[in-house]
Design a protein around this ligand. Structure first.
Ligand SMILES: NC(=O)c1ccc[n+]([C@@H]2O[C@H](COP(=O)([O-])OP(=O)(O)OC[C@H]3O[C@@H](n4cnc5c(N)ncnc54)[C@H](O)[C@@H]3O)[C@@H](O)[C@H]2O)c1
Length: 383
């Protein structure tokens, strides 16, 4: 069987996500393994065309990775008939304009989240993409994490009985940038540049909650800026205007209450950078990036509250590890493979621009909830 080449315009590959996760660990990793095998026995060969603002950086990435195609001219890249897909991992504020251009050029689009800074823009993009008849996908990498895959498996198996609640803890300390360099880009901390932890993380929490547990019907959130002064990549002090922590409550179908803390101003006292505890009538689980532990109903200990006596029970030891029972590839790569198969052979695919728009919606309503100090119900999107 033959090999078909599929051209992908990759914009934002000089950034953290674009380079490491999407170019190196996904598209180039697929090539290193000989391409993507399709149902009919043929192989799909992704051919990236790197796009960005700095020719020097693009050339450097291309040369280091044996690639020959790069340009700073996005319209020219989109005009090429051998490029079928446009991928975007630019800063959030640059995304909508580029996606619109790609849709107009008739390309299928695959994009990082959030798809836009406002719900209005996100819905407009989804409508225009549907009208153009192109295929579209939005990154939902957390669903492919081994820990969350095991958690989803537990839900599907009925392990929990009736699911009561979900408690998520996400975050770590992001250095201010003065005496130690920050480990995230400075635009994340400036509202005017598309920053903020709500816009960054609520879209993730939305697809995790929606796809693992069910539709999200209401949000109550408190978004704050704990650290209001930071230092950028050049060591210059700036005012941090975007929220760097968000304390969110999400109400789901079936009465499930999910409470998720997201913070770049917290020190880690957990096993992993994100952890979700799910409690159900028949059992509980704690899932992180990689691992998942359970405690079934029949093995639940019976602690008694007695503040005068130090507890002798080691609660963490009372949980059982869920085995992998599977091989979990890099989540970004796994989703790239799904999207490429969707484009090449119409394989099933979830997570389109409408799902992306629901992610932006919950971020927007979460910020509104915080501003107005109230619970907000989430309306269906108007298609
Ligand atoms: N899926 C995930 O887990 C995940 C994680 C982090 C970030 N993201 C998303 O990926 C996108 C990129 O984030 P990142 O952390 O890689 O950012 P980054 O700052 O490291 O990279 C940003 C990229 O956008 C380009 N760019 C285009 N226009 C720009 C402008 N006007 N100013 C600055 N840079 C510009 C930069 O050259 C660079 O290639 C964001 O939308 C972010 O929300 C997703």
């Amino acid at each position: 069987m033959g090999r078909t080449t599929i051209g992908i315009v990759m914009n934002g590959v000089t950034g953290r996500m674009g380079l490491r996760q999407h170019l190196l660990r996904s598209v180039l990793a697929i090539r290193q393994d000989g391409g993507l095998p399709l149902r009919d026995g043929s192989v799909l060969w992704p051919e990236p065309l790197l796009v960005g603002r700095s020719e020097a950086k693009l050339r450097d990435i291309a040369e280091k990775n044996g690639l020959t195609e790069w340009t700073t001219d996005l319209p020219a890249a989109l005009a090429r008939p051998d490029m079928q897909i446009y991928f975007d991992a630019q800063v959030t504020s640059a995304r909508v304009k580029a996606l619109q251009m790609a849709i107009e050029a008739g390309k299928h689009i695959y994009t990082e989240k959030p798809v836009a800074e406002t719900l209005e823009q996100a819905v407009e993009l989804a409508k225009v993409a549907d009208a153009a008849g192109i295929k579209h996908g939005v990154v939902q990498d957390k669903l492919f994490l081994p820990g969350l895959r095991k958690l989803a498996r537990l839900v599907q198996s009925g392990f929990f009985g009736k699911i009561l609640s979900v408690r998520g803890e996400f975050g770590y300390w992001v250095f201010e940038g003065d005496w130690q360099a920050a480990q995230r880009p400075s635009w994340n901390y400036r509202a005017a540049d598309g920053g903020g932890i709500v816009l960054d993380m609520f879209p993730h929490w939305h697809y995790v909650l929606e796809q693992v547990f069910g539709p999200v019907r209401a949000v109550t959130a408190r978004a704050v800026t704990h650290i209001d002064k930071r230092w950028d990549e050049e060591g210059t002090a700036y005012e941090a205007t975007a929220d760097d922590a968000a304390y969110g409550l999400f109400e789901l179908d079936g009465g499930i209450v999910a409470q998720i803390n997201s913070s770049w101003a917290v020190r880690v006292n957990r096993d992993e950078l994100v952890e979700f505890q799910v409690d159900g009538t028949h059992g509980s689980a704690v899932a992180g990036l990689h691992h998942c532990r359970i405690q079934p109903r029949a093995a639940t200990p019976k602690p008694v509250w007695d503040p005068d006596v130090p507890t002798t029970q080691r609660f963490r030891d009372q949980w059982q590890t869920v085995p992998d029972n599977d091989v979990f590839p890099n989540g970004f790569r796994a989703q790239w493979e799904q999207f490429l198969r969707y484009v090449a052979e119409d394989a099933p695919y979830a997570g389109d621009l409408w799902a992306g728009a629901r992610g932006v919606q919950i971020a927007e309503l979460g910020l509104q909830s915080s501003r107005e100090g109230r619970r907000i119900e989430i309306p269906e999107l108007d298609r």
